[in-house]
Write a protein that binds this ligand. Structure first.
Ligand code: 13P
Ligand code: SF4
Length: 357
């Protein structure tokens, strides 16, 4: 029963003390978040994994790529545990190392490998945090970098200073929304579909490209629409619409603001009492904000409940299971990135952390 699980989780956490730290992403359900020692967006959780010196186990209540990152940024004597190994990210799965490598080979043929007179290489690879460790390693090995939704513009600026163009993966929407805000014309942001020859582009399009957008997307954020925003503005005059930059471009353009999950949390926290928010992001975060700020009216832009089904796979039952096992000395569901991948992946991660500490 939930009560029994609650007692077991609290008992295990109490017995373990600082030996186990529970990290929770904003999209986790409240039944899990209540046990988190630290809650944040994917960037803050990566930082947290680097800075919990007394923890022997980092129990990551989030999805697989986040746990991989935590493993690479934490010490070797710390174990990162993902309570349910089936908690992946469908967007991260849309870019695999083989198809990105194949794309890279084609780009080398098209653009060559020589830097221009300003020392800028033909292409800088930039991967969204929502990607496998192998792709972060790919970037680390090729002068590239990682970004999250909270630092994508800073990271892209860094890449533009070093490269004539950027290959951005896996999320086309974050790449497009960020580059557009930075003034890159849409015509210079072709999408790369690995199932098609030359990614589905003509030679002329690729010639003028500034940002090549991998075709990935988030199935949760893809659901938000301009029609929903229009409806919200009609029903609630004065409503503030805030969406995550994984939403399609038209949605981000029609919203009042777009930003990472932490940006959304802070925008709500800073608003004067009586504000109304329509939010375009995962439902667990939206509902939690509604409960935390009863002085505001807060609702999800999408009237159909849209949880991230993989984030939802972390259930208190799994949390109890891994915590109790660790208390007995068993490390279950450990996420370990082999050093051959972790070493170059850390290069790309540390570049990001140095840019946006
Ligand atoms: P944040 O980086 O904003 O936490 O987002 C992660 C994510 O998976 C959004 O779908
Ligand atoms: Fe991945 Fe989308 Fe879920 Fe975020 S909300 S973890 S991008 S599937």
């Amino acid at each position: 029963s939930p009560q029994e699980l609650d007692l077991r989780i609290r008992a295990a956490k109490h017995a373990l003390g600082e030996r186990a730290v529970v990290l929770g992403h904003f999209y986790q359900r409240d039944e899990v978040i209540q046990y988190a020692d630290f809650v944040g967006d994917s960037f803050q959780l990566a930082q947290a994994a680097k800075t919990c010196p007394n923890a022997e186990a980092i129990i990551f209540c989030g999805v697989h790529f986040m746990a991989e990152t935590a493993d690479m940024l934490s010490r070797v004597d710390q174990s990162v545990i993902l309570p349910n190994l089936a908690a992946g990210c469908s967007m991260a799965d849309m870019a695999d190392i083989d198809s990105v490598s194949e794309c890279w080979e084609q780009l080398e043929e098209i653009y060559g490998t020589e830097a221009d007179a300003d020392g800028r290489v033909p292409v800088i690879p930039v991967t969204y945090m929502n990607s496998s460790a192998a792709l972060k390693a790919f970037c680390g090995e090729r002068g590239g970098v990682v970004c999250t939704s909270s630092n994508a513009a800073v990271v892209l600026q860094w890449a533009f200073e070093r490269g004539q163009r950027v290959l951005f993966f896996p999320d086309q929407h974050l790449g497009r929304n960020t580059a557009k805000k930075m003034g890159v014309p849409l015509a210079q942001m072709p999408t790369w579909d690995p199932r098609k020859p030359m990614g589905g582009n003509t030679a002329a399009t690729l010639e003028s490209a500034k940002v090549l957008l991998w075709h990935g997307f988030c199935s949760v954020h893809k659901r938000f629409s301009v029609a929903q925003i229009e409806q919200a503005r009609k029903d609630y005059p004065g409503v503030r619409v805030i969406v995550h930059p994984e939403c399609p471009m038209e949605v981000v353009d029609a919203a009042d603001a777009a930003g990472s999950t932490d940006f959304i949390v802070k925008a709500v926290a800073a608003a004067p009492a009586g504000s109304t928010f329509a939010i375009g992001t995962e439902i667990n975060l939206v509902q939690r904000l509604g409960g935390q700020y009863p002085q505001h009216t807060i609702f999800c832009l999408d009237p159909v409940i849209c949880p991230c089904s993989t984030m939802y796979r972390i259930h208190p039952g799994y949390l109890a299971w891994v915590l109790e096992a660790f208390e007995r000395g068993d490390v279950l569901n450990q996420i370990t990135v082999p050093e051959s991948i972790a070493v170059p992946a850390r290069v790309a991660l540390e570049r990001m952390l140095a840019l946006a500490p």
